[in-house]
Design a protein. Sequence first.
Length: 133
Amino acid sequence: MLRKWYLDIQRKCVKCQRFKAIKCEVPKDRVRDAATFEIVGVDLAGPLYLRKGPMAYIVLYTCAVHRAIHLELITSLTTEVFLQSLRRFIARRGRPTIIYSDNGTNLKAAERLLHALDWDDILSKAAEEKIQW
């Protein structure tokens, strides 16, 4: 009975909880000193249905360090259109050194849509421009 009372007090104690906390491991790319959009994540969202035209998609570029976003609107999921979006992003924000992407496997519907992208071609272009993917 006394032990249960002691554990109950220890569970409510703020100082005890601080010392028992588990250390959180943060990736080094998230906490190092880097320029804005030097380390980015890329994801695609959509489709968006436009009033008088084809479907559109959003390419979402997120900065891993500064929590900034850059949105690009594309009209198809071809490799050439995605590379044009990447070129526009680089022209506006500068060339990133590291790009993270999930390759479209997080959602089944997105996976079917993103099979149209040729990721090997995208990775070869990124290798030419010294971008680590």
